[in-house]
Design a protein around this ligand. Structure first.
Ligand code: HAM
Length: 420
């Protein structure tokens, strides 16, 4: 029996990869316009960094990390997200001393031991952006504008932005006490997970998918009502800025995030088109993370888009699939020899040229050109060779013209160039 790939780890094949390339290319283009630079982080980090950064009471650290001892006994973990690593790199290389504002993005795979299902994998990919060094609400609004413009540029329509404020440690403390008090009165009806969360991280109860827990939470106090004056002002300012930009959002006071480092603004982009895994993007402010992992206090905000989910929303594959500019169909040995040279000459000037080898019939070669959805076909037979020209067929209009042999490369280059 052949050996298969690992559950939750998927191959991305041609046919689909074009969408990934499109999404990545658009991110690089747009994020560049907002002044973000790429920063690449390693696949592995010290487990201790991630537990401290993401938080021991989070599901990620508690049960989803791929952790193993290195050969010398150090505990290492495959990165389950990028934010903590980017902040580590930012501190480790003293980037904050060189430039007080850091804007970075990273695109790559993450690893979480979750139960695989549609839209949820054990290796998945994120497009991550982090804006460090600015505490003002303008940074929050800017990151949200960049995110939503990106999704719009990709042509996604059925996505919506939900925002919330999770406050700072000062206002979260009284809220935590309040929600614990509320939940304790109902603890008998909570699921096992939520009973555990009640003591460790009561905010996470809001993330529970169980209908009974959700029903109980309808009357629960929400963190928005407990914000201190500064956090309240900050959140108001974020909303004012978004309104000024006419960026659509809704406030979801029950949206909490699964990672412990969040403070103040938190957000998600959700869609109704992906079933249970409806979050395309998650993010928020994490003003305490740099200090948590041993650095000075550095305010920051960022987001990560799940690429698998994003790509699922991109629609028909044919919109992204690549097809050759020209297919060179040759008949007879001498024509095949000349066609082979022509193929390379076309590629030399940037024209994607394809051919079929093995001396097949013209009909069979045309079928192949059609299947590959080539824009043009050059037909080169013995008669054409003798007379010094080739037939150029436009596959969209079905029109044909004769082109002198010496003119083919130049002519195709200009046709293809004007279409791009
Ligand atoms: P997160 O909400 O854990 O946030 O993940 C962000 C996005 O990654 C999710 O909205 C989802 O689209 C995708 N995602 C997460 N887990 C999986 C999975 N198992 N399979 C497929 N897609 C998945 C973070 O990771 C934060 N680091 C975001 C952030 C950046 N906050 C501030 N800066």
């Amino acid at each position: 029996m052949s050996i298969k790939g690992i559950r939750g780890f998927k191959d991305i094949l041609p046919g689909e990869i074009e969408k990934w390339q499109f999404a990545e290319g658009e991110a690089r283009r747009l994020f560049g316009l907002f002044g973000f630079s790429e920063l690449r982080i390693p696949l592995l980090e010290r487990t201790e960094l991630l537990s401290r950064g993401i938080g021991a009471s989070s599901d990620i650290v508690g049960k989803e990390m791929y952790t193993f001892p290195d050969r010398d006994g150090d505990s290492l973990t495959l990165r389950p997200e990028a934010t903590t690593s980017i902040v580590r790199a930012y501190l480790e290389h003293n980037l904050y001393l060189k430039e007080p504002v850091g804007k970075y993005y990273f695109i790559g795979p993450m690893f979480r031991y979750e139960r695989p299902q549609k839209g949820r994998y054990r290796q998945f990919h994120q497009i991550d952006a982090e804006f460090l060094g600015v505490q003002e609400a303008e940074a929050d609004a800017e990151i949200l504008v960049m995110l939503m413009r990106y999704l719009t540029d990709l042509g996604l329509k059925k996505v919506s932005l939900q925002i919330n404020s999770l406050g700072c440690p000062d206002c979260r403390l009284p809220y935590k006490a309040e929600i614990q008090k509320f939940l304790r009165t109902k603890s008998e009806s909570l699921c096992e997970d939520c009973q555990r969360r009640l003591d460790t991280n009561p905010l996470r109860v809001f993330d529970c998918k169980q209908a009974t827990c959700q029903a109980l939470l309808a009357a629960a106090p929400v963190v928005l009502d407990f914000l201190c004056a500064d956090c309240r002002r900050h959140f108001e300012r974020v909303k004012t800025l978004l309104n000024g930009l006419e960026l659509a959002y809704s406030v979801n006071p029950r949206m909490v995030r699964g990672l412990d480092y969040y403070t103040r603004t938190a957000f998600e982009v959700v869609t109704g088109e992906l079933g249970a895994q409806n979050a395309v993007c998650g993010g928020g402010r994490y003003d305490g993370l740099a200090e948590e992992i041993g650095g000075p206090p550095i305010p920051a905000i960022g987001f990560a888009i799940g690429m698998e989910r994003l790509v699922m929303l991109l629609g028909e594959e044919s919109n992204y699939s690549r097809h050759p500019d020209v297919f060179v169909a040759a008949l007879g040995e001498e024509a095949q020899r000349r066609a082979f040279i022509l193929l390379q000459e076309l590629r030399d000037v940037g024209v994607w040229a394809e051919a079929d080898y093995g001396g097949k019939s013209l009909k069979s070669q045309m079928r192949r050109a059609d299947k590959m959805r080539s824009s043009y076909v050059i037909i080169l037979g013995e008669e054409e060779l003798r007379k010094g020209y080739a037939v150029l067929r436009d596959m969209a209009t079905k029109g044909q013209e004769e082109i002198a042999w010496g003119e083919i490369v130049r002519s195709l280059k200009s046709k293809v160039g004007s279409e791009q």
